[in-house]
Design a protein around this ligand. Structure first.
Ligand SMILES: NC(=O)c1ccc[n+]([C@@H]2O[C@H](COP(=O)([O-])OP(=O)(O)OC[C@H]3O[C@@H](n4cnc5c(N)ncnc54)[C@H](OP(=O)(O)O)[C@@H]3O)[C@@H](O)[C@H]2O)c1
Length: 239
């Protein structure tokens, strides 16, 4: 039997990149998968057909879309993966309150209130995995809002691990390093990506499936004793 047979998983941002790889991996492990997308409807429809999943449109900038996200899992949830996020570049000198509201809403506020909505749906022994970033340990100029939004999510994860532990629900962070997705390509030059690969112990950039493997492990039966942790899945970019 597959390790996630009989389990239901909700993955945000499944239409592209890391979230798509996670949705594929959890489905291959036997889970029934519901995933969200924002603008990539064709990609979402294609993935839903490929893995037999349900795609739900959602804009994390708007909390009003939250009820539609949890509706397909109202009968019970075993795995929540808070993956969808946006990056932002701008030095502190240039930031606006609107930038703050947008990034913190999409990357922190929505994941927090999705977790809140999921708590009564999560079955005992469930799993929550929140996706952060290596940049909370290796901050870079121009990433104040992105780093702040993810650092807050990491703290929410740690507190949630304490709060949900009595129900044997584990709550962990996975922090990817440089991983080849649209987000990475849009935020970096080919030269800087080559430098990053060279500085990585395993001498390459991460692939979405590298991250999905770690998320699937944390989502599965063998990770029952890991909670409140931040697994930095970076190929040794930071050691
Ligand atoms: N790639 C990296 O190197 C890297 C490194 C560290 C951490 N991460 C983290 O890994 C996660 C996934 O990143 P990625 O690289 O896979 O990103 P990506 O390729 O840009 O994909 C982002 C996903 O989030 C969805 N999304 C974007 N804005 C949204 C919104 N307002 N509402 C709802 N969904 C929205 C997108 O949906 P649509 O396409 O449908 O619009 C897409 O499915 C993020 O949390 C990111 O911070 C990535």
């Amino acid at each position: 039997m597959k390790p996630l047979t009989g389990k239901t998983a909700l993955v945000t941002g499944g239409s592209r990149g890391i979230g798509r790889a996670v949705a594929r991996w959890l489905a291959a492990d036997g889970a029934r998968v519901v995933f969200t997308y924002h603008e990539s409807k064709d990609a979402a429809d294609a993935l839903a057909a490929e893995i037999g999943a349900q795609a739900v449109r959602c804009d994390q900038a708007d909390l009003a879309t939250l009820p539609a996200v949890v509706e397909p899992v109202r009968d019970g949830l075993d795995i929540l993966v808070n993956n969808a996020a946006v990056t932002h570049r701008g030095t502190i000198a240039d930031l606006t309150p609107a930038d703050f509201d947008r990034i913190l809403t999409i990357n922190t506020r929505f994941p927090l209130f999705l977790l809140q909505a999921a708590i009564p749906l999560l079955r005992d022994g469930g799993r929550v995995v929140n996706i952060s970033t290596l940049n909370t340990a290796v901050p870079a100029p121009g990433l104040a809002l992105y780093c702040a939004s993810k650092a807050a999510l990491e703290q929410i994860t740690a507190v949630a691990a304490r709060e949900l532990g009595p129900r044997a629900i584990t709550v962990n962070t996975v922090s990817p390093g440089a991983t080849e997705t649209d987000m990475l390509q849009s935020a970096n030059t080919p030269e800087s990506l080559a430098q990053t690969a060279a500085f990585t112990a395993l001498q390459r950039l991460g692939q979405p499936s590298d991250i999905a493997a770690v998320v699937a492990f944390l989502s599965g039966p063998d990770a029952a004793w890991l909670t409140g942790q931040n697994l930095r899945a970076t190929g040794g970019l930071l050691i």
